[in-house]
Write a protein that binds this ligand. Sequence first.
Ligand SMILES: Cc1cc2nc3c(=O)[nH]c(=O)nc-3n(C[C@H](O)[C@H](O)[C@H](O)COP(=O)(O)O)c2cc1C
Ligand SMILES: CCCCC(=O)C(=O)O
Length: 370
Amino acid sequence: MTGSHAGPPHEPAAAARERLGPEHYDYFAGGAGEETALRENEEAFGRLALLPRVLRGGTVRDTRVSVLGRDWPAPLFVSPTAFHRLAHPDGERATARAAAATGIPLVTGVAATTAVADVAAAAREADPEAVVWFQLYPQPEHEVSAELVLRAERAGCSALVVTVDSPVFGTRTRDLRNGFHDLPPGLAAENMRDLPGAAPGATRDIAMCPAGWDDLARLRELTDLPLVLKGVLHPEDARIAVERGVDALIVSNHGGRQLDAAAASVEALPAVAEAVAGRVPVLMDGGVRRGGDIAVALALGARAVGVGRPVLWALATGGEDGVREALTALREDFDQVLALCGGHRPRDLTADQVTPRGLPYRPMRGERAW
Ligand SMILES: Cc1cc2nc3c(=O)[nH]c(=O)nc-3n(C[C@H](O)[C@H](O)[C@H](O)COP(=O)(O)O)c2cc1C
Ligand SMILES: CCCCC(=O)C(=O)O
């Protein structure tokens, strides 16, 4: 995943492609429409360069960041991605053990092929203090959402991530072309089993439906868990979310899988960070592939970044060990980039250290959000 460890960042995807059936590879790799947003997430990072500061001294670095009352070892988390058992038979359990072993928080989700209780238990085998969050698509029936939230609470999840970028399902061009619309026999979205309105033992389909701020308020009433909004790109939404008591935001375009015309996450980030003005942590995901990407996102106001596909590729090729190695490599790459930028702590990275490539130095504006 990083220069010295695992070769250029496109290699993990190529290796996974050899392991996976083409329709499963395409499900993980693909985006919506013409895959513009998908490409732009990575390319937007490529259009930004870092200006290191020099002679800052100090040999000790501390990459920890504090998020919702917990210290994370690095400004890095695993974003929620569906169906890990399509990537590897050990599925979400392997991902959970690997993330926990590295101390990196995991967001598991409603679309996991392993029930949240089992994912959280696997994480705790590796580290009893492991941070596991649960991601929800608000379901059309409130009692279904309520039951899912209850299961996440019982499993010991420490935050509820509500994905808000999916009022309808995006058009996944590759899945349409491949005719991929069902999990193979033996795999299911296990969190959707035994829910209100379904026959005992049966799973319900996961709905994507247009929720409103009132639905968010109902979720807020339902649980004491911190509420994290995932999929915010517009600064005005960020401002409203903070005013309505949301505890953290994830700037994300869903890995380019929903609105193909959406802005790249890292391009939307500075204005969101500015609107939030440090009142809650701003996280981001989309296109993060190397330590330099993490540094750029932090400099532009993110407190931590999530990775989606890099974890799926590592899982597909190396199972639990593969995910642990990929996360460790990414974390080490960030530590090295921090050092090369003259930083000692993540917060030492500032927006004036980011400039567009191919142009004379033009410092980015950016709220020092934390
Ligand atoms: C195969 C796949 C499945 C995903 N499933 C979910 C999901 O169930 N819920 C969700 O909020 N986001 C989902 N996402 C989006 C990720 O959480 C994340 O926003 C995105 O993958 C980040 O971009 P990256 O893959 O470039 O790191 C999914 C992404 C992929 C690639
Ligand atoms: C119904 C599962 C949705 C998974 C998802 O969010 C994605 O494929 O991007």
